[in-house]
Design a binder for this molecule. Structure first.
Ligand SMILES: [Zn+2]
Length: 428
Protein backbone atom coordinates (compact mmCIF):
# COMPACT_ATOMS: atom_id res chain seq x y z
CA UNK A 1 0.00 0.00 0.00
CA UNK A 2 1.25 3.45 -0.89
CA UNK A 3 0.52 4.81 2.58
CA UNK A 4 2.83 2.33 4.30
CA UNK A 5 5.63 4.14 6.00
CA UNK A 6 8.92 2.66 4.90
CA UNK A 7 10.94 1.22 7.74
CA UNK A 8 8.30 1.80 10.41
CA UNK A 9 8.39 -0.68 13.28
CA UNK A 10 5.34 -1.07 15.52
CA UNK A 11 5.34 -3.10 18.73
CA UNK A 12 1.95 -3.97 20.16
CA UNK A 13 2.58 -4.84 23.80
CA UNK A 14 0.74 -6.03 26.90
CA UNK A 15 -1.64 -8.08 24.77
CA UNK A 16 -3.63 -11.29 24.95
CA UNK A 17 -2.80 -12.63 21.49
CA UNK A 18 -5.29 -14.90 19.75
CA UNK A 19 -3.33 -15.80 16.63
CA UNK A 20 -6.19 -17.31 14.57
CA UNK A 21 -4.62 -20.77 14.31
CA UNK A 22 -6.72 -22.17 17.15
CA UNK A 23 -3.75 -22.39 19.53
CA UNK A 24 -4.31 -21.18 23.10
CA UNK A 25 -3.87 -17.42 23.50
CA UNK A 26 -0.49 -15.91 24.39
CA UNK A 27 -0.88 -13.88 27.59
CA UNK A 28 1.24 -10.77 28.14
CA UNK A 29 2.25 -10.95 24.50
CA UNK A 30 4.09 -8.73 22.07
CA UNK A 31 3.41 -8.46 18.35
CA UNK A 32 6.10 -6.86 16.20
CA UNK A 33 5.33 -5.35 12.80
CA UNK A 34 7.73 -3.94 10.23
CA UNK A 35 6.81 -2.47 6.84
CA UNK A 36 3.31 -3.87 7.16
CA UNK A 37 4.50 -7.43 7.81
CA UNK A 38 4.38 -9.42 11.05
CA UNK A 39 8.03 -10.04 11.95
CA UNK A 40 7.74 -11.57 15.42
CA UNK A 41 5.33 -12.44 18.23
CA UNK A 42 5.48 -14.14 21.61
CA UNK A 43 5.40 -13.55 25.34
CA UNK A 44 7.04 -10.44 26.73
CA UNK A 45 10.77 -10.97 26.92
CA UNK A 46 10.85 -13.48 24.08
CA UNK A 47 10.45 -10.73 21.48
CA UNK A 48 13.19 -8.18 21.04
CA UNK A 49 11.68 -4.72 20.59
CA UNK A 50 13.91 -2.37 18.56
CA UNK A 51 14.62 0.97 20.21
CA UNK A 52 13.04 3.02 17.43
CA UNK A 53 9.78 1.03 17.52
CA UNK A 54 6.47 2.79 18.02
CA UNK A 55 4.98 1.15 21.12
CA UNK A 56 1.25 0.57 21.34
CA UNK A 57 0.44 -0.70 24.86
CA UNK A 58 -2.98 -2.34 24.64
CA UNK A 59 -3.27 -2.76 28.42
CA UNK A 60 -4.21 -6.39 28.60
CA UNK A 61 -6.81 -6.25 25.84
CA UNK A 62 -7.00 -8.83 23.03
CA UNK A 63 -5.05 -8.73 19.79
CA UNK A 64 -6.23 -10.92 16.93
CA UNK A 65 -6.20 -11.14 13.13
CA UNK A 66 -8.49 -8.75 11.25
CA UNK A 67 -11.93 -10.30 10.76
CA UNK A 68 -13.03 -11.64 7.36
CA UNK A 69 -16.54 -11.87 5.94
CA UNK A 70 -16.07 -14.41 3.15
CA UNK A 71 -19.54 -14.12 1.63
CA UNK A 72 -21.26 -10.78 1.47
CA UNK A 73 -22.37 -8.25 -1.12
CA UNK A 74 -21.39 -4.62 -1.29
CA UNK A 75 -24.44 -3.28 -3.10
CA UNK A 76 -25.34 0.09 -1.62
CA UNK A 77 -28.93 -1.16 -1.34
CA UNK A 78 -30.96 0.62 1.32
CA UNK A 79 -34.11 -1.47 1.58
CA UNK A 80 -35.08 -5.10 1.12
CA UNK A 81 -37.06 -4.21 -1.98
CA UNK A 82 -34.68 -5.58 -4.56
CA UNK A 83 -37.32 -5.43 -7.29
CA UNK A 84 -38.05 -1.68 -7.32
CA UNK A 85 -35.05 -0.06 -5.61
CA UNK A 86 -32.38 -1.13 -8.13
CA UNK A 87 -34.50 0.06 -11.05
CA UNK A 88 -35.31 3.57 -9.79
CA UNK A 89 -31.97 4.43 -8.13
CA UNK A 90 -29.03 5.76 -10.18
CA UNK A 91 -25.98 3.49 -10.01
CA UNK A 92 -23.80 6.31 -8.56
CA UNK A 93 -25.97 6.45 -5.46
CA UNK A 94 -25.30 2.77 -4.81
CA UNK A 95 -21.56 3.36 -5.10
CA UNK A 96 -21.67 6.29 -2.67
CA UNK A 97 -23.55 4.25 -0.06
CA UNK A 98 -21.15 1.35 -0.48
CA UNK A 99 -18.19 3.64 0.26
CA UNK A 100 -19.83 4.44 3.60
CA UNK A 101 -20.32 0.71 4.18
CA UNK A 102 -16.60 0.10 3.66
CA UNK A 103 -15.84 2.55 6.44
CA UNK A 104 -18.37 0.80 8.72
CA UNK A 105 -16.69 -2.53 8.02
CA UNK A 106 -13.28 -1.16 9.04
CA UNK A 107 -14.81 0.29 12.22
CA UNK A 108 -16.18 -3.18 12.98
CA UNK A 109 -12.77 -4.82 12.61
CA UNK A 110 -13.18 -6.34 9.13
CA UNK A 111 -9.96 -6.02 7.15
CA UNK A 112 -10.93 -8.33 4.27
CA UNK A 113 -14.23 -9.04 2.55
CA UNK A 114 -15.14 -11.64 -0.02
CA UNK A 115 -17.79 -10.08 -2.21
CA UNK A 116 -19.86 -12.88 -3.71
CA UNK A 117 -21.32 -10.89 -6.55
CA UNK A 118 -21.74 -7.16 -7.23
CA UNK A 119 -20.19 -4.78 -9.74
CA UNK A 120 -20.02 -2.20 -6.95
CA UNK A 121 -17.38 -4.26 -5.10
CA UNK A 122 -15.63 -5.13 -8.34
CA UNK A 123 -15.02 -1.46 -9.08
CA UNK A 124 -14.53 -0.14 -5.53
CA UNK A 125 -11.77 -2.71 -5.11
CA UNK A 126 -9.52 -0.49 -7.23
CA UNK A 127 -10.39 2.66 -5.27
CA UNK A 128 -9.43 0.88 -2.02
CA UNK A 129 -6.23 -0.53 -3.54
CA UNK A 130 -5.03 2.88 -4.68
CA UNK A 131 -5.87 4.36 -1.25
CA UNK A 132 -8.58 6.78 -2.43
CA UNK A 133 -11.19 5.11 -0.24
CA UNK A 134 -10.75 3.59 3.22
CA UNK A 135 -11.96 0.05 3.42
CA UNK A 136 -11.18 -3.63 3.84
CA UNK A 137 -9.26 -5.53 1.19
CA UNK A 138 -11.89 -6.54 -1.37
CA UNK A 139 -11.79 -9.95 -3.02
CA UNK A 140 -14.56 -9.72 -5.58
CA UNK A 141 -16.46 -12.17 -7.73
CA UNK A 142 -17.98 -9.33 -9.70
CA UNK A 143 -20.54 -10.77 -12.10
CA UNK A 144 -22.07 -14.04 -10.86
CA UNK A 145 -22.96 -16.75 -13.39
CA UNK A 146 -26.50 -18.09 -13.48
CA UNK A 147 -28.46 -20.25 -15.89
CA UNK A 148 -31.65 -18.95 -17.47
CA UNK A 149 -34.34 -19.40 -14.79
CA UNK A 150 -31.53 -19.55 -12.23
CA UNK A 151 -31.08 -17.88 -8.86
CA UNK A 152 -29.19 -15.01 -10.50
CA UNK A 153 -31.73 -14.52 -13.29
CA UNK A 154 -34.09 -11.97 -11.73
CA UNK A 155 -37.21 -13.69 -13.01
CA UNK A 156 -39.47 -10.72 -12.45
CA UNK A 157 -37.60 -8.62 -15.03
CA UNK A 158 -37.42 -8.91 -18.81
CA UNK A 159 -34.46 -11.22 -19.45
CA UNK A 160 -32.42 -8.65 -21.41
CA UNK A 161 -32.43 -6.38 -18.34
CA UNK A 162 -30.74 -9.00 -16.20
CA UNK A 163 -27.52 -9.73 -18.05
CA UNK A 164 -24.73 -7.17 -17.63
CA UNK A 165 -23.84 -7.54 -21.31
CA UNK A 166 -27.25 -6.51 -22.59
CA UNK A 167 -28.87 -4.30 -19.95
CA UNK A 168 -29.46 -0.60 -20.40
CA UNK A 169 -29.83 0.00 -16.65
CA UNK A 170 -26.89 -0.88 -14.42
CA UNK A 171 -27.95 -2.23 -11.05
CA UNK A 172 -25.84 -3.49 -8.12
CA UNK A 173 -26.83 -7.13 -8.55
CA UNK A 174 -26.22 -7.73 -12.23
CA UNK A 175 -24.88 -11.03 -13.47
CA UNK A 176 -24.24 -13.15 -16.52
CA UNK A 177 -26.82 -15.59 -17.85
CA UNK A 178 -25.35 -18.62 -19.56
CA UNK A 179 -26.65 -22.02 -20.67
CA UNK A 180 -24.68 -24.95 -22.00
CA UNK A 181 -20.97 -25.64 -21.70
CA UNK A 182 -19.87 -23.15 -24.37
CA UNK A 183 -21.85 -20.22 -22.97
CA UNK A 184 -20.65 -21.07 -19.47
CA UNK A 185 -17.01 -21.00 -20.58
CA UNK A 186 -17.57 -17.69 -22.31
CA UNK A 187 -19.34 -16.17 -19.29
CA UNK A 188 -16.53 -17.32 -16.97
CA UNK A 189 -13.99 -15.71 -19.26
CA UNK A 190 -16.11 -12.56 -19.41
CA UNK A 191 -16.26 -12.37 -15.60
CA UNK A 192 -12.47 -12.70 -15.51
CA UNK A 193 -12.14 -10.04 -18.21
CA UNK A 194 -14.09 -7.65 -15.99
CA UNK A 195 -11.69 -8.26 -13.09
CA UNK A 196 -13.16 -11.13 -11.03
CA UNK A 197 -10.84 -12.48 -8.33
CA UNK A 198 -12.86 -15.70 -8.33
CA UNK A 199 -15.95 -17.00 -10.12
CA UNK A 200 -19.32 -17.12 -8.40
CA UNK A 201 -21.97 -19.48 -9.71
CA UNK A 202 -25.55 -20.25 -8.81
CA UNK A 203 -25.65 -24.05 -8.50
CA UNK A 204 -29.19 -24.25 -7.12
CA UNK A 205 -32.35 -22.26 -6.75
CA UNK A 206 -32.71 -19.94 -3.78
CA UNK A 207 -34.83 -18.19 -1.21
CA UNK A 208 -34.75 -14.73 -2.75
CA UNK A 209 -35.46 -15.73 -6.34
CA UNK A 210 -39.10 -15.62 -7.25
CA UNK A 211 -39.92 -18.65 -9.36
CA UNK A 212 -37.44 -21.27 -8.18
CA UNK A 213 -36.81 -23.09 -4.94
CA UNK A 214 -33.62 -23.90 -2.97
CA UNK A 215 -34.09 -27.59 -3.86
CA UNK A 216 -33.84 -27.02 -7.63
CA UNK A 217 -30.60 -28.14 -9.24
CA UNK A 218 -29.15 -25.39 -11.44
CA UNK A 219 -26.32 -25.79 -13.94
CA UNK A 220 -25.46 -29.33 -14.99
CA UNK A 221 -22.33 -31.06 -13.76
CA UNK A 222 -20.77 -30.50 -17.20
CA UNK A 223 -21.49 -26.78 -17.07
CA UNK A 224 -19.95 -26.53 -13.59
CA UNK A 225 -16.88 -28.49 -14.69
CA UNK A 226 -16.38 -26.11 -17.62
CA UNK A 227 -16.55 -23.05 -15.36
CA UNK A 228 -14.18 -24.59 -12.80
CA UNK A 229 -11.78 -25.44 -15.64
CA UNK A 230 -11.77 -21.81 -16.84
CA UNK A 231 -11.24 -20.52 -13.30
CA UNK A 232 -8.33 -22.90 -12.70
CA UNK A 233 -6.75 -22.01 -16.04
CA UNK A 234 -6.54 -18.44 -14.74
CA UNK A 235 -5.34 -19.39 -11.27
CA UNK A 236 -8.72 -18.72 -9.64
CA UNK A 237 -11.37 -20.80 -7.91
CA UNK A 238 -15.16 -21.13 -7.91
CA UNK A 239 -17.55 -20.26 -5.08
CA UNK A 240 -21.09 -21.59 -5.45
CA UNK A 241 -24.43 -20.52 -4.12
CA UNK A 242 -25.78 -24.03 -3.45
CA UNK A 243 -28.79 -24.82 -1.26
CA UNK A 244 -30.41 -28.03 -2.51
CA UNK A 245 -28.64 -31.34 -1.96
CA UNK A 246 -28.22 -32.10 -5.68
CA UNK A 247 -26.81 -28.66 -6.47
CA UNK A 248 -24.41 -28.93 -3.52
CA UNK A 249 -23.11 -32.34 -4.61
CA UNK A 250 -22.77 -31.29 -8.24
CA UNK A 251 -20.77 -28.26 -7.19
CA UNK A 252 -18.41 -30.28 -4.96
CA UNK A 253 -17.91 -33.01 -7.55
CA UNK A 254 -17.40 -30.35 -10.22
CA UNK A 255 -14.47 -28.91 -8.27
CA UNK A 256 -16.02 -25.89 -6.55
CA UNK A 257 -13.93 -24.73 -3.58
CA UNK A 258 -16.55 -22.91 -1.48
CA UNK A 259 -20.22 -23.77 -0.92
CA UNK A 260 -22.38 -20.92 0.33
CA UNK A 261 -25.58 -21.57 2.34
CA UNK A 262 -25.63 -25.39 2.04
CA UNK A 263 -29.19 -25.56 3.37
CA UNK A 264 -30.01 -29.13 2.38
CA UNK A 265 -26.54 -30.68 2.51
CA UNK A 266 -27.04 -34.43 3.09
CA UNK A 267 -24.81 -37.25 4.35
CA UNK A 268 -23.35 -37.83 0.91
CA UNK A 269 -22.67 -34.10 0.47
CA UNK A 270 -20.98 -33.98 3.86
CA UNK A 271 -18.70 -36.90 2.95
CA UNK A 272 -17.85 -35.31 -0.39
CA UNK A 273 -17.06 -31.97 1.26
CA UNK A 274 -14.70 -33.66 3.72
CA UNK A 275 -13.04 -35.68 0.98
CA UNK A 276 -12.50 -32.64 -1.28
CA UNK A 277 -11.65 -30.16 1.49
CA UNK A 278 -14.59 -27.96 0.46
CA UNK A 279 -15.33 -24.97 2.67
CA UNK A 280 -18.91 -24.35 3.79
CA UNK A 281 -20.23 -20.84 4.52
CA UNK A 282 -23.69 -21.17 6.11
CA UNK A 283 -24.64 -17.41 6.12
CA UNK A 284 -27.05 -17.71 9.05
CA UNK A 285 -26.88 -13.94 9.61
CA UNK A 286 -28.94 -12.96 6.57
CA UNK A 287 -31.73 -15.35 7.56
CA UNK A 288 -31.74 -13.98 11.11
CA UNK A 289 -32.05 -10.43 9.79
CA UNK A 290 -34.69 -11.33 7.17
CA UNK A 291 -36.84 -12.93 9.85
CA UNK A 292 -36.34 -9.89 12.12
CA UNK A 293 -36.79 -6.98 9.73
CA UNK A 294 -37.48 -8.40 6.26
CA UNK A 295 -41.19 -7.65 6.14
CA UNK A 296 -40.78 -4.05 7.30
CA UNK A 297 -37.86 -3.60 4.89
CA UNK A 298 -40.03 -4.40 1.89
CA UNK A 299 -38.80 -7.91 1.12
CA UNK A 300 -41.18 -9.72 -1.25
CA UNK A 301 -43.64 -12.05 0.46
CA UNK A 302 -42.41 -15.16 -1.39
CA UNK A 303 -38.89 -14.55 -0.10
CA UNK A 304 -40.01 -14.26 3.50
CA UNK A 305 -42.10 -17.41 3.23
CA UNK A 306 -39.28 -19.53 1.80
CA UNK A 307 -36.90 -18.21 4.45
CA UNK A 308 -39.17 -19.37 7.26
CA UNK A 309 -39.71 -22.73 5.60
CA UNK A 310 -36.06 -23.73 5.36
CA UNK A 311 -34.30 -22.22 8.40
CA UNK A 312 -34.81 -25.10 10.82
CA UNK A 313 -33.52 -27.69 8.36
CA UNK A 314 -30.66 -25.38 7.45
CA UNK A 315 -29.38 -25.20 11.03
CA UNK A 316 -29.79 -28.95 11.56
CA UNK A 317 -27.97 -29.91 8.36
CA UNK A 318 -25.06 -27.50 8.90
CA UNK A 319 -24.73 -28.77 12.47
CA UNK A 320 -24.28 -32.28 11.09
CA UNK A 321 -21.67 -31.03 8.63
CA UNK A 322 -19.82 -29.20 11.41
CA UNK A 323 -19.89 -32.24 13.71
CA UNK A 324 -18.59 -34.40 10.86
CA UNK A 325 -15.61 -32.06 10.47
CA UNK A 326 -16.47 -29.98 7.38
CA UNK A 327 -14.59 -26.67 7.38
CA UNK A 328 -16.87 -23.75 8.18
CA UNK A 329 -16.09 -20.10 7.37
CA UNK A 330 -17.93 -16.92 8.28
CA UNK A 331 -20.04 -15.06 5.74
CA UNK A 332 -23.11 -12.94 6.41
CA UNK A 333 -24.62 -12.45 2.94
CA UNK A 334 -25.41 -8.91 4.13
CA UNK A 335 -25.99 -6.43 1.31
CA UNK A 336 -25.99 -3.13 3.24
CA UNK A 337 -28.91 -0.87 4.20
CA UNK A 338 -31.34 -2.78 6.41
CA UNK A 339 -28.98 -5.75 6.16
CA UNK A 340 -26.32 -3.49 7.55
CA UNK A 341 -22.60 -3.77 6.98
CA UNK A 342 -20.70 -3.19 10.19
CA UNK A 343 -22.76 -5.78 12.04
CA UNK A 344 -21.01 -8.66 10.27
CA UNK A 345 -19.58 -10.15 13.47
CA UNK A 346 -23.10 -11.49 13.99
CA UNK A 347 -22.09 -14.58 12.02
CA UNK A 348 -19.35 -15.39 14.56
CA UNK A 349 -21.98 -15.35 17.28
CA UNK A 350 -24.31 -17.48 15.13
CA UNK A 351 -21.64 -20.17 14.75
CA UNK A 352 -21.42 -20.34 18.55
CA UNK A 353 -25.16 -20.15 19.13
CA UNK A 354 -26.53 -22.31 16.31
CA UNK A 355 -23.73 -24.85 15.85
CA UNK A 356 -22.31 -25.03 19.36
CA UNK A 357 -18.81 -23.93 18.33
CA UNK A 358 -16.49 -22.67 21.06
CA UNK A 359 -15.66 -18.95 20.77
CA UNK A 360 -12.13 -19.98 19.73
CA UNK A 361 -13.45 -22.18 16.90
CA UNK A 362 -15.76 -19.40 15.70
CA UNK A 363 -12.86 -16.93 15.68
CA UNK A 364 -10.80 -19.39 13.61
CA UNK A 365 -13.74 -19.63 11.18
CA UNK A 366 -13.68 -15.82 10.86
CA UNK A 367 -9.92 -15.61 10.38
CA UNK A 368 -7.86 -18.62 9.24
CA UNK A 369 -10.65 -20.52 7.47
CA UNK A 370 -12.27 -17.38 6.02
CA UNK A 371 -8.85 -16.41 4.62
CA UNK A 372 -8.72 -19.78 2.90
CA UNK A 373 -12.24 -19.23 1.55
CA UNK A 374 -11.10 -16.05 -0.22
CA UNK A 375 -7.88 -17.67 -1.43
CA UNK A 376 -5.52 -15.68 0.79
CA UNK A 377 -4.42 -18.24 3.40
CA UNK A 378 -0.75 -17.60 2.62
CA UNK A 379 -1.03 -13.88 3.27
CA UNK A 380 -3.64 -13.23 5.97
CA UNK A 381 -5.94 -14.94 8.51
CA UNK A 382 -3.42 -15.72 11.24
CA UNK A 383 -0.86 -13.74 13.19
CA UNK A 384 2.15 -15.57 11.82
CA UNK A 385 5.64 -14.33 10.98
CA UNK A 386 5.80 -13.24 7.37
CA UNK A 387 2.07 -12.59 6.94
CA UNK A 388 0.54 -9.18 6.31
CA UNK A 389 -0.18 -7.20 9.48
CA UNK A 390 -3.99 -7.25 9.43
CA UNK A 391 -4.55 -6.85 13.15
CA UNK A 392 -7.34 -5.72 15.46
CA UNK A 393 -7.42 -4.92 19.16
CA UNK A 394 -10.59 -5.93 21.01
CA UNK A 395 -11.59 -4.68 24.43
CA UNK A 396 -11.77 -7.55 26.93
CA UNK A 397 -11.63 -11.24 26.14
CA UNK A 398 -13.87 -12.53 23.33
CA UNK A 399 -13.05 -16.10 24.38
CA UNK A 400 -15.13 -15.56 27.51
CA UNK A 401 -17.74 -13.32 25.83
CA UNK A 402 -18.08 -13.61 22.04
CA UNK A 403 -20.67 -10.78 22.05
CA UNK A 404 -17.82 -8.32 22.63
CA UNK A 405 -17.02 -8.55 18.91
CA UNK A 406 -20.48 -7.33 17.95
CA UNK A 407 -20.12 -3.89 19.48
CA UNK A 408 -17.87 -1.69 17.34
CA UNK A 409 -17.06 0.38 20.47
CA UNK A 410 -15.04 -2.62 21.58
CA UNK A 411 -12.95 -2.64 18.43
CA UNK A 412 -10.19 -0.38 19.73
CA UNK A 413 -7.73 -0.55 16.87
CA UNK A 414 -7.83 -1.72 13.27
CA UNK A 415 -4.70 -2.18 11.20
CA UNK A 416 -4.57 -3.30 7.58
CA UNK A 417 -1.20 -4.25 6.17
CA UNK A 418 0.50 -2.30 8.95
CA UNK A 419 -1.52 0.83 8.34
CA UNK A 420 -3.68 1.94 11.28
CA UNK A 421 -7.20 2.80 10.06
CA UNK A 422 -8.89 3.11 13.44
CA UNK A 423 -7.30 3.83 16.81
CA UNK A 424 -9.05 4.46 20.13
CA UNK A 425 -6.05 3.55 22.26
CA UNK A 426 -4.26 6.37 24.04
CA UNK A 427 -0.59 5.84 23.28
CA UNK A 428 2.05 6.69 25.86
ZN1 LIG B 1 -24.87 -14.14 -1.37
Amino acid sequence: MSSKREGEVIAITNARIIDGTGNPPIENGVLLIKNGIIVDLGTRGSVEIPEKARIIDVKGNTVMPGLIDAHMHLTGMKTGDFIKEPLITPIGVFFARAVADLKALIDAGFTTIGDAGSIIALHLKYAVLEGSVIGPRIIAAGLPLSQTFGHGDAHYLPVEWVDYRTTKKLTPLMGLICDGVDECRKAARYALREGADYIKIMASGGVLSEKDRPEYRQFTLDEIRAIVDEARAAGRFVHAHAQGSEGIKNAIIGGVKVIAHGIFIDEEGIELAKERNTILIPTFSITERILEVGEKAGLPEWGLRKCEEVYKAHIENIRKAYKAGVKIATGTDFIGGVFRHGENALEIKMLVKKLGMSPMEAIVSATRIAAEAVGLEDKIGTLTKGKLADVIVVRGNPLSDIDLLLNTENILLVMKEGRILKNKIRET
